[in-house]
Design a protein around this ligand. Structure first.
Ligand code: CA
Length: 430
């Protein structure tokens, strides 16, 4: 598959990047770091063999890169690194199309869990755990994160290294920065990526990952790499692409540095007592497992609840779906990817890889996911009825969830904050 549109800007409007280049051209024209692009004309486009739009885009990208190089130089990035990073920089069209794509539907949590915690992925994870046992032993001993959790993140992020993306990170981030929707974020990540290149951890050609700039086997963005990547095999390089010692240690270090509590369970699936107020299934309501047990919350098999000082009840599919008691380690997984469905899927995949059960309660599979437009309508209807759901954006954020809970409570419905078509219909009925 041809992923990249090859692009090499004409030398004359590239900045002078090395001392050698400056010396060679010193007698010609003065070096300029804000090069002027040639005019975009039909002739110029014909000579370049591209459309005028494409030529304008190529020139815009080159100017963006040149301006960024100035900023990087000012931030202390050396000329050799700038050469390495940008002499052959490519615009990546699929990074832009992927970044702009907004799925109409949000996948339901049960479809997501089914997809991630599949029998195949569990089995593959057990096999991979055995393959890298020695590296995992070392990472777990050093950072106190269970082996199955490290393997589950690896399975989630790149299908155990089978697919961690083939886009050069420098190109992906320069493209996202130029495209502009998240320019400040992309610039910060690109600057971090240059520091990684300058440190010599990885060659530009091997510094690859997703269209969004996540790199290597467990998909670190560059700032996460700078904070958490470690050289565990002692070769002097932090290699999260090719060294499983470095991959496992770096991933464990990320979690250990983000609040992982050694020896604590992520949580457990639980049975709630009859009459449980669904409004109490809320991450803001945290208390010790003993307190939840005193209120009648039980594990499914009758064993004691896992010891959590600050457990919360989590019902990802609302009051009709399964319930979980989750603690600090579940919340630490949100630092890796801020999605409760993600944290639940990693927790369950790890549990299954370690030989434990998957979800045993029944999901409300008859519920249809709401479209973004339906969620916007729901938000407007809540606002109209005086329940402040915030500006309608089609996202179930905290404000919308609280507004939905308040409306549900006003009607004596379970206040689970889980949007359904049935409730949308009710909200739209005068
Ligand atoms: Ca290494």
């Amino acid at each position: 598959m041809h992923a990249f549109v090859p692009f090499r800007p004409p030398r004359r409007w590239r900045p002078f990047a090395t001392l050698a280049a400056v010396a060679l051209t010193a007698c010609a024209s003065p070096p300029s770091t804000t090069p002027q692009a040639p005019a975009v004309t039909a002739d110029a486009a014909r000579v370049a063999g591209v459309s005028m739009d494409e030529l304008a885009r190529q020139q815009g990208f080159a100017r963006w890169v040149a301006n960024f190089e100035d900023a990087a130089r000012a931030a202390g990035v050396d000329e050799a690194t700038l050469h390495l990073a940008f002499d052959d920089a490519h615009y990546v069209p699929r990074a832009v199309s992927a970044d702009r794509a907004q799925p109409e539907f949000t996948r339901t949590v049960w479809d997501y869990v089914d997809l991630i915690v599949s029998p195949n992925r569990v089995q593959h994870g057990q096999q991979k755990l055995a393959e890298v046992q020695a590296e995992l032993d070392a990472a777990t001993a050093r950072y106190g994160v269970p082996q199955a959790t490290i393997v589950a993140i690896w399975g989630m992020e790149s299908d155990y290294g089978g697919n961690f993306g083939d886009i050069p990170t420098i190109d992906a981030l320069a493209t996202l920065g130029f495209e502009g929707r998240r320019e400040a974020w992309a610039k910060q990540q690109l600057m971090a990526a240059l520091k990684i290149l300058q440190s010599g951890d990885i060659a530009r050609a091997h510094m690859i990952g997703s269209w969004a700039g996540a790199m290597g086997q467990t998909q670190f963005i560059p700032t996460a790499f700078l904070s958490f990547a470690v050289d565990a095999d002692g070769d002097g390089k932090r290699d999260i692409w090719g060294s499983m010692a470095d991959v496992t240690a770096s991933t464990a270090n990320f979690l250990a540095s983000s609040g992982w509590q050694t020896g604590q369970a992520w949580g457990a699936e639980v049975r709630l007592p009859d009459g449980f107020d669904a409004g109490r299934a809320d991450d803001a309501l945290r208390q010790a497992s003993a307190q939840w047990a005193a209120e009648g919350v039980q594990t499914l098999d009758g064993t004691p609840l896992p010891e959590l000082p600050d457990g919360a009840i989590f019902q990802p599919a609302g009051a009709r779906g399964p319930a979980f008691l989750v603690g600090a380690n579940f919340r630490t997984l949100l630092r890796y990817n801020n999605s409760t469905s993600y944290a639940l899927a990693v927790s369950l995949l790890a549990q299954r890889i370690a030989g434990g059960p998957g979800v045993q309660g029944a999901w409300p599979r008859d519920e249809q996911p709401l479209t973004r437009d339906q969620l916007k309508t729901l938000q407007s209807a809540l606002n109209d009825r005086g329940f402040a759901a915030g500006a309608p954006d089609g996202q179930m954020g905290p404000a919308t969830r609280q507004a939905l809970r308040a409306w549900q409570r006003s009607l004596g419905l379970p206040a689970d904050g889980f949007p359904t078509l049935d409730q949308l219909t009710k909200l739209l009925t005068p």
